[in-house]
Design a binder for this molecule. Structure first.
Ligand code: 5AD
Ligand code: SF4
Length: 476
């Protein structure tokens, strides 16, 4: 029998993308192959996100289409993985009989065995069925693996399965223990569980031995890393210092941080470790104390600003990135104006802006979603425009300077490659030699765009010149 083919679509955050890599590597180890497209797959998996309604709607509509396909092809395995599997497990199993597999984010470690079970049950069901009934909708395998399963973090990772040769993500903790009123993540991903430092260092070392030079650590509140590892003195700062020792590692980043855990110990590490990427993703969510309180974020605008000032006093070359939610229940026009002023005051280099989306079961969902959609749209557009003005100004300041770019691949514009600086800024430059992908090259910036800069590739020895550039220093 030829190898079974799977097709996996990932929605949502970076952690989901990394989880999808893990799922793929488990399936390949069991002899499955990636299908060229979804239509030719025997197993169709959706790794889902619940953070906003829009993300869920995309999956519900996709499942509607798969229901039709399953009528023609009853042995097809349809799997819902990730946050929606956890959140809607009962509904999926009872009301969506064409879904064979429901696997929560804490049960990816043995996903290959779970898929295999569903496949066997489907084949068995199909064989039993009378031929005349095959065109009718039939119940699926109904395999459920949620809540406590084999966590992907406990599995020794196959470091060869990864999309980029020189870049990799590493999960350092799962779950979230924060009480943010609007957020579904603590429900879908459960309590914080940190991995031991030794496991993370081992994985990072193996990745670097296989050619990785840039690692981004992942956690919902990555700078709260280690709180649950009692007696081990594990903190993000200590982890960063340990990883920094890996000789072939050149860049080290981490996302996403919570303002309450930007400790003096972490600030010291950020200031002292030259391989660290020079951006900090530190979502503020709002610039109004009333809204921050209602959101249960646990800090005030003043406290956020004080932490950032402490960081910049020690490490002035850091840039800040944020997330904001607009239209939170009760957010007044004055609250929103305060958010715009706050964004400008901090001078974020980049922000994601989201319209508030009530998530059933959260504290905020009990309040009336009282900011009208049109007003949410307006606030979204105003805040994005304010951010764009800041981003463009920073991009303009780079024109004429030389930056070090880790080349990620071909740009959408033909004849160009693109990559990122140590500040995570996207840089496009004319070059067609794809052998440059995965290497670090010096690029002189010639043009500033809204979300990226354009530049010209310089000879390799020009890299030394950028080492003394205070804006985009070469840190390795
Ligand atoms: N509505 C809108 N945005 C949300 N986020 C989290 N929950 C919601 C919600 N219910 C945003 C936050 C978070 C980012 C990942 O998603 O800004 O930082
Ligand atoms: Fe959600 Fe808050 Fe946890 Fe972030 S810190 S995942 S916003 S609960």
């Amino acid at each position: 029998m030829s190898a079974r083919r799977y097709h996996l679509t990932s929605y949502g955050c970076q952690m989901n993308k990394l989880d999808s890599e893990l799922v793929e590597s488990r399936l390949r180890q069991r002899g499955y192959e990636a299908a060229a497209d979804e239509a030719s797959a025997d197993v169709v998996l959706l790794n889902t996100c619940s953070v906003r309604q829009h993300a869920e709607d995309r999956v519900w509509s996709k499942l509607g289409k798969l229901r039709l396909r399953k009528r023609q092809q009853p042995e097809l395995v349809v799997g819902v993985l990730g946050c929606m599997a956890q959140e809607h497990k009962r509904y999926l199993l009872s009301r969506m009989p064409h879904v064979d597999l429901v696997v929560g984010p804490s049960a990816f470690g043995d996903i290959d065995a779970t898929v295999e079970r569903a496949l066997e049950r489907n084949l068995h069901l199909a064989a039993e069925r009378e031929p005349a009934r095959t065109k009718h909708e039939v119940g699926g395998a109904g395999v459920l693996s949620v809540d406590q399963g084999v966590s992907g973090d406990t599995i020794r990772r196959d470091v060869r399965v990864r999309p980029h040769r020189s870049q990799a993500f590493v999960s350092v903790m799962r779950g979230c223990n924060m009480p943010c009123s609007y957020c579904i993540v603590p429900t879908t991903r459960g309590d914080e569980v940190s991995r031991p430092i030794a496991d993370i260092v081992d994985e990072a070392q193996r990745l670097c031995d296989d050619g990785v030079t840039e690692i981004t650590l992942l956690g919902q509140t990555v700078n709260a890393y280690g709180r649950d590892l009692t007696g081990q003195d594990a903190t993000l700062a200590r982890l960063l210092r340990a990883l920094h020792e890996i000789p072939s590692l050149r860049r080290l980043a981490f996302i996403t941080s919570h303002p309450n855990f930007l400790s003096p110990e972490l600030i010291a590490a950020l200031a002292e470790l030259p391989k660290l990427a020079r951006y900090l993703h530190l979502p503020a969510q709002s610039g109004s104390n009333a809204v921050l309180k209602a959101m249960r974020r646990g800090y005030t605008v003043e406290r956020y600003l004080a932490r950032v000032e402490q960081l910049l006093a020690r490490a002035p070359d850091y840039e800040l990135h944020s997330d904001f939610i607009v239209g939170y229940p009760g957010e007044t026009a004055a609250d929103f104006d305060a958010t715009v002023a706050f964004l400008q005051r901090v001078g974020f280099a980049q922000s994601y802006v989201f319209k508030y989306s009530p998530r059933p079961g959260t504290v905020a969902a009990e309040r009336s979603d009282d900011v009208p959609e049109a007003e949410k749209e307006r606030r979204n557009a105003v805040l994005l425009a304010a951010q764009e003005a800041l981003t463009v100004a920073r991009n303009r300041a780079l024109v004429g300077r030389t930056v070090e770019v880790l080349v990620e691949g071909e740009s959408k514009v033909a004849g160009r490659l693109s990559g990122r600086t140590v500040h995570h800024r996207l840089v496009h430059f004319a070059a067609s030699d794809t052998a440059l992908v995965g290497t670090y090259v010096p690029v002189r910036v010639t043009e500033a765009l809204a979300h990226s800069v354009v530049g010209e590739l310089l000879p390799a020895d020009a890299a030394e010149a950028s080492a003394h550039d205070p804006v985009e220093a070469r840190h390795a």
